[in-house]
Design a protein around this ligand. Sequence first.
Ligand code: XMP
Ligand code: MG
Length: 175
Amino acid sequence: MQIKDLAFKQFINKSKIQEAVRGLAQQINTDYKEKTPVFLPILNGSFIFAADLIKQIEIPCKVSFVKVSSYAGTVSSGQLKTLIGMDASLFNQDVIVVEDIVDTGHTLQKIVEELKSLGTKSVEVVALLRKEHAREKMINVKYTGFEIENEFVVGYGLDYDGLGRNLKEIYKAAN
Ligand code: XMP
Ligand code: MG
């Protein structure tokens, strides 16, 4: 399969994805049965994973979304990342951050720090995919679907240059 200049091959099929998502939902249903968690999917990449996961949550829960947007800052040297959607409604809540993929962990570290500063009661992370050896930050991801090598993946919400989010399966760049 070709997306722009890159060739991709099938990596994780639909049934494997659904099996992993079901397992993650079951763990959360068990661990949070006395609580009312707030799911916090990080847009854009986690929208399909979050929908499939949350459909299988059988305890009372809430859902709120966060978008990480980058913009050129006033400081000439770099880009600042800002988070849209983090607000006071998260105070004293048991938050479950929903990520499509954790790579270096930088994005997640910023999100978790910001959530703690809002006075959340607890923060855990559920990630469909994790690139284990690319990890730079020691972020604790409590619920992980798949540990993968350091390869670029698309599909099931993940994109290459905006394309491929609609694919039902996960593909990796062919080399
Ligand atoms: P860090 O390094 O901060 O990166 O953990 C996490 C974010 O980077 C994106 N990302 C990917 N997106 N295929 C993608 O489509 C990939 O293989 C990939 N690796 C990282 C993603 O947005 C994630 O939230
Ligand atoms: Mg993402």
